[in-house]
Design a protein around this ligand. Structure first.
Ligand code: SF4
Length: 307
């Protein structure tokens, strides 16, 4: 565990393995999503932004390589000695025939200073022949598949228009893990009337999955989303920063200490954000989490049990 942190950061693990800072670069591969185009559903998940939850990804009009180089050039001014993990983030990044996907991934995978790739997708959108290809990548490069779970509670998920079941997610995790492919899952805190106990139950469930990494987000409301309309009608309240910090510190204490943590705050583009504004000050949230874990005298896994 990192000396300064009471939880296991993905970034520290990458540095330990590769000896240098690893910088993730968000990309837009020009995909859409089966939950938007009608294959699985219409309209998308209610919180999904116009950019397919890839608000920090590059400009889709540019090639993947151009998007990658534009960010790399900026980053290398700050960290001249870094390594890179291109992240296919916007929309569903396995939603194309495998031959097409290979070309897209390969355009950055074998560049100098690139350790591998991360791919955000849906569990119902990963064909067997793609898994074979992903397995071949993972044998020589860093490979992470990122899957949204958000919550295990049906009372909540039924309101999100995700059009994806926990059973589908579990089955896909089994198929990927059978090939030893690393998995990072995403969850969202503060969904409607979920209680702290509900959110901790989601973590306990995640401990039972064979996954290697987690991103925990605070629910945030973006412009021009169905969630924005529900929020503006006053149908739910967002967590305060203090409530969020209290909940997430207990979640971290329940989380299996082997699972790496890649994100514990929201990540919103401030021009698109309606609320809560406190997520913009990321360092204040991160510091608040550190102080609260110290005050409670807990570490990642302090309350972890094998369930
Ligand atoms: S699965 Fe992802 S890209 Fe598709 S609608 Fe939901 S959040 Fe957006």
């Amino acid at each position: 565990m990192n000396e300064r942190k009471r939880y296991n950061r993905f970034s520290d693990k990458m540095k330990e393995i590769y000896g240098k800072r690893v910088i993730k670069i968000s990309l837009n591969g020009g995909f859409t999503c089966p939950n938007i185009d009608g294959k699985k559903g219409f309209g998308g998940c209610i919180y999904c932004s116009k950019k397919g939850s890839g608000d920090f990804a590059g400009d889709v009009k540019d090639s993947i390589l151009k998007q990658f180089n534009a960010v790399k050039d900026k980053m290398s001014e700050k960290w001249s000695n870094g390594l890179y993990l291109p992240y296919f983030q916007a929309f569903t990044n396995t939603y194309a025939p495998t031959e097409e996907l290979k070309k897209i991934y390969d355009s950055v995978l074998y560049l100098d200073d690139v350790i591998g790739i991360a791919i955000a997708t849906r569990s119902d959108c990963i064909e067997d022949d793609l898994i074979d290809y992903l397995e071949s990548i993972s044998k020589t490069k860093e490979l992470w598949i990122e899957l949204g779970i958000q919550s295990i509670h049906e009372k909540t998920v039924s309101k999100l228009n995700r059009q994806e079941t926990l059973f589908e997610i579990e089955e896909t995790i089994k198929r990927l893990r059978a090939k030893d492919i690393n998995i990072c899952v995403h969850i969202i805190n503060g969904l409607f009337d979920e209680t702290k106990t509900d959110m901790i139950e989601t973590i306990k469930y995640i401990n039972t999955l064979n996954i290697q990494c987690i991103k925990i987000h605070m629910l945030h409301v973006l412009k021009d989303t169905p969630l924005a309309k529900i929020y503006q009608r006053g149908e739910f309240k967002l967590l305060t920063k203090e409530e969020y910090i209290d909940i997430i510190t207990d979640q971290i204490a329940h989380l299996d200490p082997k699972i790496l943590i890649q994100r514990i705050t929201g990540d919103a583009n401030r021009d698109e954000l309606i609320a809560p504004n406190w997520i913009i000050k990321k360092f204040e949230v991160l510091n608040g989490i550190d102080w609260e874990m110290e005050r409670k005298n807990i570490f990642q896994g302090s309350f972890y049990r094998k369930y």
